[in-house]
Design a protein around this ligand. Structure first.
Ligand SMILES: [Zn+2]
Length: 718
């Protein structure tokens, strides 16, 4: 029988980011692989112990990963591309690359801010089971006294992520073999995650789901099969799955609705506690949902893995008590699952959270029209006096360890804020002088004062709270602390004007002001679950709009408003995408349309597959859009013919420590000039320079400027 309470997964970075430190120590050669493995085992033991202490019945295993669970699945199935096999550590060579070897491609995990590696599977990939990790974790937990349920990425989702569903038959052989080994180990249940089934699927893909689970269900010796879906509603995939021999189906009942299908004969693992936000679960609502499910047995669970929330509210003593009383992080969510399972079995109802304060959201406010682009472009050309093929950067310059240490010292009270400000100013001056020396045309202040492009704004806006230990894994050892958007968002005073004005005072060249757009600020924060997302974004847009106005009033001639998360919030189902893009674009325009014609608005987006939403990017109506292109082989240029405004396809891949030669940059620029009129092409790197060293940045930007000057000399005189 399936246990009465469980979670689909748990954070793995460690409550104090222990895994991050262990990884970085190993990568720097300060510790061995064995020491790294021991650190991982310590974190797994801690998690199982804690989940058991909290009273959870069904403990998951194999939810831990040294880097990424999709990469782990590729290793499990033997899908390690040939070129990595000779590396000193093939696993981390695939994850991070080596001196001579690029890493696997990385992309976002559905609509979250977690990034997974994209398995490389071709027609010649030979699959071969390597069950060491899931079997090892089952044994490790058993040695501690816990029987666990191994969690695996399901075959259909794994292959869809790799665009290789045609290899299903071959992969299923490995899964069958694994099920046999787990059964021999005495494992009672296995969890197969199939989040890809909550997006639109073709009839062929649904047929593959049916074929996969008919075949795995028919395996001779196997544990009970629990197929988990999350991030939305299974829709037409639910009856398909229900018709297979799987014993248990996991449903996301926070984002998805009650199942229309009668699931008699199955166990429903009901995800009624959200794994995507930080709010306490209203117990009456959850119990009503649980009571309405028609199935043989109902188990209580989280809507998805708790990977996407921080560990523990109790690690945040500095939060306002009224807000704290409404919060639940991973530990608290596990306690909620246990309490709801108790209530479902006839126990008492858990206590409700205090009500959220009411807020006054503006709703969608129309953007008043700036003049049409040609009128603005003429005004900006006269005002800015830039050469053709103007050169610029995306905004951030390398963040030095000294600045990060200074920021920590201010927070700890050991450095006076005035002294910190002086150091920020010194860094801005250094960055301005460097850009002048390199000969860039539009300068930036380099953002030395910012810890993060969203957290920095959240710290300066009312209605947000920031945490001290609320880390959430973004990829590998990288974590972010998403701010908590809990109330009315207001901008008490200008945020960036002081630093932009200081930069401007140092140079005669135009300086760009740098802001984060309303969609991205909300996307990378935990937001209220009781308010319409659209209206929250529009409220944040008002704060950004006020900041644009203040920058303009301070004489800053160019304002860049970044929206790297525009695509992330795109609904997984196509039917909802158009409405989302419409209001997201409208909110961006509300934030930027107060600017006068001669103020140039830039935007920056960070992804190679922007071609999917190019019409929406065009709709943002920014005067200049900079976008990743070098990393993805200038693929975007095939789609930009109709793009009507300035465009800067990146000519320097900042994700790699490699310095591109002037000739390489020139070649990328020539390709841009074949796709776009010369008057609309900008010259810039793919993204911000924050993660690079000054040495790399200086050499690369010098080559970028050289290439732009060579091509400029070839252009016909106007
Ligand atoms: Zn970027």
């Amino acid at each position: 029988m399936f246990p009465a309470s469980t979670v689909l997964g748990y954070p793995r970075i460690g409550p104090r980011r222990e895994l991050k430190r262990a990884l970085e120590s190993y990568w720097d050669g300060r510790s061995t692989r064995a020491e790294l493995e021991r650190a991982g085992a310590g974190l797994r033991a801690r998690t199982w112990r804690r989940l058991a202490e909290l009273g959870l019945e069904g403990l998951p295993s194999n939810t831990f990963s040294l880097y990424d669970h999709v990469l782990d699945t590729a290793v499990l199935l033997g899908a390690v591309p040939e070129r990595y096999r000779e590396a000193a550590d093939p696993y981390f060579a695939m994850a991070r690359g080596t001196q001579g070897l690029a890493p696997l491609r990385m992309t976002k995990w559905f609509d979250t801010n977690y990034h997974h590696l994209v398995p490389e599977i071709g027609p010649d990939t030979v699959f071969k089971l390597d069950a060491a990790k899931p079997l090892g974790e089952v044994r490790e937990a058993r040695a501690l006294g816990y029987d666990t349920r191994p969690v695996l990425l399901g075959p259909v989702t794994f292959l869809l992520l790799a665009s290789a569903l045609d290899r299903l038959d071959d992969v299923l052989g490995c899964y069958e073999e694994l099920l046999g080994e787990l059964a021999a180990e005495g494992v009672a249940w296995v969890q197969l995650d199939e989040p890809a089934l909550v997006a639109d699927r073709t009839p062929e893909e649904l047929a593959a789901v049916r074929a996969a689970y008919d075949r795995l269900g028919g395996a001779r010796a196997r544990p009970g099969l629990f197929v988990a879906s999350y991030f939305g509603d299974l829709g037409e995939a639910l009856p398909v799955l229900a018709a297979t021999p799987v014993e248990a189906i996991g449903l996301d009942l926070v984002r998805g609705g009650l199942p229309a299908a009668d699931l008699t004969g199955k166990t429903v693992v009901a995800g009624v506690v959200s794994g995507r936000d930080v709010w306490r679960t209203p117990p009456e609502r959850a119990l009503a949902t649980l009571a309405a499910i028609r199935a043989d047995r109902v188990a209580v669970s989280t809507s998805c893995s708790l990977l996407h929330v921080p560990y523990d509210v109790d690690a945040e003593p500095e939060l306002d008590p009224a807000l704290r009383a409404r919060l639940a992080f991973a530990e608290q969510k596990v306690a909620e699952v246990v309490a709801l399972a108790g209530a479902l079995a006839g126990g008492g109802l858990p206590a409700s959270a205090p009500a959220a304060p009411s807020v006054a959201l503006p709703g969608p406010v129309p953007a008043e029209g700036r003049s049409p682009y040609p009128v603005r472009a003429a005004a900006q050309a006269a005002h800015l006096g830039l050469p053709p093929l103007p050169t610029t950067t995306i905004g951030s310059f390398p963040q030095t360890g000294e600045l990060r240490a200074a920021r920590a010292a201010v927070a700890a009270g050991t450095l006076a804020p005035e002294e910190y400000d002086r150091r920020v100013e010194a860094e801005i001056e250094r960055v301005i002088r460097l850009q002048e020396r390199l000969g860039l045309d539009v300068l930036v202040h380099g953002e030395p004062e910012r810890n993060d492009m969203v957290q920095y704004f959240a710290e300066h806006l009312d209605g947000f709270a920031v945490t001290r230990n609320g880390w959430v894994q973004s990829y590998g050892s990288r974590c972010t602390r998403p701010p908590i958007l809990h109330g009315d968002v207001r901008r008490p005073e200008p945020i960036t004007v002081r630093w932009a004005s200081y930069a401007r005072s140092l140079t005669d060249k135009p300086v760009k002001g740098m802001l984060t757009g309303p969609v991205t600020i909300v996307a990378w924060s935990f937001r209220r679950d009781d308010l319409p997302l659209r209206d929250v974004v529009f409220q944040v847009a008002e704060a950004v709009r006020a900041e644009v106005a203040d920058l303009e009033a301070a004489g800053v001639p160019i304002v860049q408003v970044d929206e790297p998360a525009l695509r992330e919030l795109l609904p997984l189902r196509r039917a909802a995408q158009e409405e989302y893009l419409e209001w997201a674009v409208a909110a961006y325009r509300r934030a930027t349309s107060g600017a006068g014609d001669r103020t140039q608005i830039h935007t920056h987006l960070c992804y190679s597959d922007a071609d999917q939403i190019l019409a929406a990017i065009d709709g943002l109506d920014a005067d200049v859009t900079t976008i990743e292109s070098a990393r993805s082989g200038a693929r975007i240029l095939g789609a930009v013919a109709g793009f009507g405004r300035g465009l800067g396809p990146g000519v320097y891949d900042i994700h790699s420590p490699r310095v591109p030669s002037a000739e390489e940059v020139e070649e990328l620029l020539r390709r841009a000039l074949r796709a776009l009129p010369a008057g609309r092409v900008w010259v810039n790197p793919d993204c911000g320079l924050k993660t690079r060293t000054y040495e790399q940045v200086e050499a690369a930007l010098a080559n970028v400027v050289t290439a732009a000057r060579r091509l400029r000399a070839e252009l016909p005189r106007p």
